[in-house]
Ligand binder design. Structure first.
Ligand code: GLC
Ligand code: CA
Length: 579
């Protein structure tokens, strides 16, 4: 507990919070490859997105964030950029992009692009030059080093995608650093020319009128002086080196320079993807007066079912722990920095399969998860398909997977490491990124209406029951519930600006909290599991009754002393305005 704003649940106060459109917004994340295919080649594209803008407007989201759509050989599905100024051929043309941007704006929505600036593709012209000779002017645009005297890699850092973070290049006899795949060489941000080239590219897109950037692994762009070896366990060849490349002091210099030279000249939103940040780091990256970013994606809650941060070693998670993490973020950033709120994205399993119930209580638990998330303070992100309750999609064969992270894991653990293939497949089915990347389920026609061709990755077979057409037709669907949730945010400033206060921290099944803005107070109560626990409002919360604002079951208030005391049904949630 270290909040500067500790207070009891009953005090009222004025929020020391500045208004901003990006605080009031809800963001919808589109993974373009899997969203909608307009030309039947099996790959989602920009014209496909254009064709679904009315659907997104109906949902009520304010901002669309697109995963990378730039020219790329797709080793890491667009996170390996070959040309920052060109649209990926499979996705369309620059004219399509301009039309998309116009159409998004015409509907009063905004568009945020992915900025991948920690690394490029190995096919990017800068890297092609850089690797061509040791004295090429672009040599120093990437991170080249000699091997150790015995010929081994310059250091022992582990790549995010298994194996060494270094690749040896025969032609010039040196290694280059790649924190991700070997086809994603890291840029050398110490070189001012690199920074200027990135800033110039950002201005190109901002001058087109885009509304911001989601910055890929932005807290990794500065590496520690000397690139020291990471502490390794005996017998371990490669080790996690995050302490030498995440959240280094220099990253803040680079971001302030970026802010000064680019960001501050536009009315935009910025969100940094920052794995491994603590709240203390977040106050530096996204502090109100820091002139760096508007908000960051933190990952503490994504590690809750991992062992020592290793997602491939899953473990059961506890609600008390989840509440403690999220509450710490709510409290420690309050009034000082802004949170982003998400349960999933294109790198994570489907939230419903992970934190909810993807069986009999799929609909109830999807609504409950949405409520708990969107009623906290921060900008909520909806990942495509979350609004219709899409689930994980485990494949039976490694050949059905498309993700480089999965295939590298398979190579290291099964092909080279001799581990049990069934066991490795099991964790891939649970945690693999392709769970989130199967095509959007539009209707019950073949391939879920995503494509008339052969989809680039298999469609989840449950599309016959779970799809947009069904959701639009059913007034009780998850989709229509999201619409009400988003409307509440528009109508009631307390949803955006109210202070969060956790109730019943030790309760193992119920997550309950209040939000308070001036003399208004709301109560959010959620049953996270399939039991039927009784909720009791702690006596220090003043309450003489309440108005039900939202619930995922029909509530007969006459039966309860609502909202002081009531029994919850499986995955039930309720939001009350207290009197
Ligand atoms: C981020 C992206 C992920 C990508 C990686 C490398 O974590 O979200 O999809 O593989 O960065 O760019
Ligand atoms: Ca297509």
């Amino acid at each position: 507990m270290s909040t500067a704003f500790t207070e009891t649940a009953t005090t009222t106060h004025k929020p020391p919070i500045r208004r901003a459109w990006w605080k009031e917004a809800v963001v919808y994340q589109i993974y373009p490859r899997s969203f909608m295919d307009a030309n039947g080649d099996g790959i989602g594209d920009l014209r496909g997105i254009i064709s679904k803008l009315d659907y997104l407007k109906l949902l009520g989201v304010d901002v669309l964030w697109l995963n990378p759509i730039y020219d790329s050989p797709n080793d890491d599905m667009g996170y390996d950029i070959r040309n920052y100024y060109k649209i990926m051929d499979e996705f369309g043309t620059m004219d399509d992009f301009d039309e998309l941007l116009r159409e998004v704006h015409a509907r009063g929505m905004k568009l945020v692009m992915d900025l991948v600036a920690n690394h490029t593709s190995d096919e990017h012209a800068w890297f092609v030059e850089s690797r061509s000779s040791r004295d090429n002017p672009y040599r120093d645009w990437y991170i080249w080093r000699d091997g150790k005297p015995d010929g081994r890699e310059p250091n022992n850092w582990l790549s995010y995608f298994s194996g060494s973070a270094w690749a040896y290049d025969e032609r010039t006899g040196q290694y280059y650093l790649h924190l991700f795949s070997r086809r994603q060489p890291d840029l050398n941000w110490e070189n001012p020319k690199v920074r200027e080239a990135i800033f110039e590219m950002m201005r190109f897109w901002l001058d087109k009128g885009i509304d911001g950037f989601r910055m890929d692994v932005i807290n990794a762009i500065a590496k520690a002086e000397g690139l020291p070896d990471a502490p390794a366990k005996p017998g371990q060849r490669y080790a996690w080196g995050g302490q030498y490349f995440l959240n280094q002091p220099k990253v803040h210099e680079y971001l302030r320079e970026m802010h000064d030279k680019v960001l501050r000249h536009y009315d935009i939103m910025t969100v940094g993807e920052t794995g491994g940040v603590t709240t203390r780091d977040a106050l530096l990256f996204a502090g109100e007066d820091r002139q760096e970013l508007n908000m960051v994606f933190q990952f503490e809650h994504m590690d809750i079912d991992a062992t020592d941060g290793d997602k491939w070693r899953p473990r059961p998670w506890k609600l008390t722990e989840l509440k403690a993490i999220m509450t710490r973020w709510q409290n420690e950033l309050y009034g000082k920095a802004w949170n982003s709120l998400y349960w999933t994205n294109h790198d994570q399993p489907r939230a419903l399969s992970r934190f909810g119930n993807d069986g009999p209580y799929r609909v109830e638990s999807a609504k409950m998860l949405a409520t708990v998330l969107h009623m906290m303070q921060g900008t909520p992100y909806i990942f495509q398909g979350e609004e219709i309750g899409m689930t994980n999609c485990p494949f039976d064969s490694i050949d059905d997977y498309r993700d480089v992270e999965i295939h590298n894991l398979w190579r290291d653990r099964v092909l080279q490491g001799g581990q049990d293939p069934a066991e490795v497949l099991r964790v891939i089915q649970l945690k693999g990124r392709d769970n989130a990347r199967t095509p959007m389920q539009w209707d019950d026609s073949p391939n879920a209406g995503f494509t008339t061709g052969t989809p680039w990755i298999k469609v989840n077979p449950n599309y016959r029951e779970i799809n947009v057409k069904q959701a639009l037709a059913d007034p009780n669907s998850i989709f229509h519930y999201y619409r009400r949730l988003l409307e509440l945010r528009k109508q009631h400033p307390i949803v955006v600006y109210g202070k969060y206060h956790l109730l019943l921290p030790e309760h193992e099944e119920i997550w309950a909290y209040t939000r308070t803005l001036e003399d208004e107070r709301w109560l959010v109560v959620a049953n996270f599991f399939g039991g039927t626990p009784v909720f009791e409002l702690p006596p220090d919360v003043v309450c003489s009754g309440g108005e039900l604002m939202l619930a995922n079951y029909a509530v007969d208030e006459a039966l309860d002393e609502a909202p002081r005391r009531f029994q919850l049904r499986p995955y039930e949630c309720r939001v009350y305005r207290l009197r």
